[in-house]
Design a protein around this ligand. Structure first.
Ligand code: XMP
Length: 517
């Protein structure tokens, strides 16, 4: 792999993704990693990330000096660039002059391996206080800015490179070129990491882990569980049974997508638990959001455990016990729970609507090294339906937390219709890529007066909540074109009975959350 050394800012994950976008496999490691640990991983390249500190600060994150003696091609970025400069005998000055944001840089236009082929004048994204004043001996200076004499350097012989700016952010015009030049031209790493390889590698791994034992998987209809299940199916075929709990809170067409399209694409053995009645009975009379979430979580576990008991009994009768459970854990979960440190104890995230805590199964997690967009790519490569692979995030409690008020069958039907119309029109307008997700919410406890034909109406409002986001931690409301909003509003008020008003939620997160409950 290419190791991305994390100096504690939010940039390491982004760098790791960009490296993979260049078709090179990358892993994130903490800056406390030792030279021996690095050597043991046999890296083909190292990228030192940016960080929040000044190299002169007390307790500033450091790097084992042995790492730069291993002979591995290395690219330093921002703080990582300064760490490199300092360790290799250059000079880092605490100028007190901050460079932040879009900055004009002047690059050398010769055929140097890092910036060659790029324009002399470009805009890059900067965020630093200290600057490299003098490059280490044997290094050539490749770029400068008005206030930073050494904004990039190179030592081709050692295969050491560095940039003061952040090539991993999109605001750096030629950022991806810098990374790709480092990887392919300077370090000579081939661009051979792709979805096909990942599938082959994971399939082999799963076979090795599972042997001839049985495996179960909870399918939620979401991307992660769909792709992890499909990978396991590819690996061990009928040793796998997927369990899909229909809690009656799904959107229009979702059950069919799983039961027909998904099964057809994967050939997976699927057990559907029809639990709508149980869920609705348990939700009767409840309008408090937290109560709803708790009830839905509890009922989900019950439904899953029931299916599990049946399958365990069946498997035992056939003499091949179930020993494994598939989980769609992604790389960001692993990194964020300390897995990226390579030393910390790794906590397993339960990403399927709250699976029982005390499961006696060993986990199979074929997406542990992958980012979301890679998971989608792999799903496509595996031939999964686009409706599932391209699906926007949808909460485990489903439409249950998109009805403000009590959840009833009738209200679910209304919301399902309105939601289907909104999704259809957003897709038709080609806006799927622009929005992160668009919850459609029924204000079941609110009524307003309207007029339709000759008559007065007294119906419920539907809220559209389109948001743009990178990771759902923060979000902004999406400025959808008025004509698309008009069309959605017209259709919903005309086609969905009891709805006589459509309103748009124009709140960012914070202070609003994405969902209403
Ligand atoms: P909020 O409403 O907290 O939502 O801004 C952030 C993201 O999480 C999704 N969400 C959930 N996903 N189970 C899930 O699997 C849940 O209980 C749940 N609640 C919210 C929400 O759709 C958004 O993408």
């Amino acid at each position: 792999p290419v190791l991305v050394v994390d100096f504690g800012a939010q940039y390491a994950q982004l760098i790791a993704r960009r490296v993979r976008e260049a078709s090179v496999y990358s892993e994130i490691v903490p800056h406390t990693i030792t030279a021996e640990e690095v050597a043991a991983r046999n890296p083909v390249g190292i990228v030192l990330s940016g960080g929040p500190s000044s190299v002169y600060e007390e307790g500033a994150p450091s790097l084992d000096e042995g790492i730069l003696q291993l002979g591995v091609p290395t690219l330093g970025i921002c703080y990582g660039f300064q760490v490199m400069a300092r360790q290799l005998g250059g000079e880092v000055a605490h100028t007190g002059q901050r460079e932040y944001g879009a900055t004009a840089v002047t690059a050398r236009t010769d055929d140097n391996r890092l910036l060659g082929g790029q324009p002399e004048h470009q805009t890059v994204w900067m965020s630093h206080g200290d600057s490299v004043a003098v490059a280490p001996e044997g290094f050539e200076v490749l770029a400068s800015t008005a206030s930073t004499p050494v904004a990039a350097f190179a030592n081709d012989e050692k295969q050491f490179y560095g940039v003061q700016w952040h090539p991993e952010v999109k605001h750096s015009e030629y950022g991806q070129d810098v990374l790709e030049n480092f990887l392919h031209r300077a370090a000579g790493i081939p661009a051979d990491w792709n979805a096909g390889n990942v599938i082959a590698e994971q399939v082999a791994r799963i076979r090795e882990q599972v042997g001839s034992a049985r495996v179960i998987s909870a399918l939620s209809g979401g991307v992660d569980s769909a792709v992890s299940t499909a990978l396991v199916q590819q690996a061990v075929g009928d040793q796998l049974t997927a369990v899909f709990v229909d809690h009656g809170l799904l959107r229009k067409g979702e059950r069919e997508q799983v039961q027909q399209d998904y099964v057809q694409a994967t050939g997976v053995r699927l057990v559907t638990v029809d639990a709508a009645d149980t869920f609705l009975a348990a939700l009767e009379g409840v309008s408090d959001p937290e109560q709803k979430r708790k009830i839905i979580g509890r009922e989900f576990i019950r439904a899953f455990e029931q299916a599990e008991r049946d399958l365990i009994a069946e498997a035992a009768a056939e003499g091949e016990p179930i020993r494994f459970l598939v989980q769609g854990t992604l790389y960001p979960d692993v990194v964020e729970s300390g897995g990226g440190t390579g030393t910390a104890n790794i906590k397993s995230h339960h990403n399927v609507g709250g699976l029982p805590e005390d499961l006696q199964f060993e986990l199979v997690e074929p997406l542990r090294t992958l980012f979301k967009d890679e998971v989608r790519q792999i799903g496509r490569e595996l031939g999964l339906p686009e409706a599932i692979v391209g699906r926007q995030p949808f909460p485990g409690p489903g439409l249950g937390i998109r009805i403000v008020g009590e959840v009833t069958r009738d209200r679910l039907d209304l919301l399902r219709e309105a939601d289907a119309i909104a999704r259809e029109e957003l897709s038709a307008a080609g806006l799927d890529g622009e929005i992160w997700q668009c919850p459609v919410v029924l204000l079941a406890d609110v009524r307003s007066v309207g007029v339709q034909g000759d008559g007065r109406t007294y119906g419920h409002p539907i809220v559209l909540r389109p948001v743009s986001s990178e990771d759902a931690m923060t979000a902004d409301w999406t400025r959808l074109p008025y004509d698309v909003l008009a069309k959605i509003s017209n259709r919903i008020t005309n086609e969905v009975r009891e709805v006589n008003r459509v309103v748009l939620d124009v709140t960012s997160k914070p202070p609003g959350t994405i969902e209403w409950e």
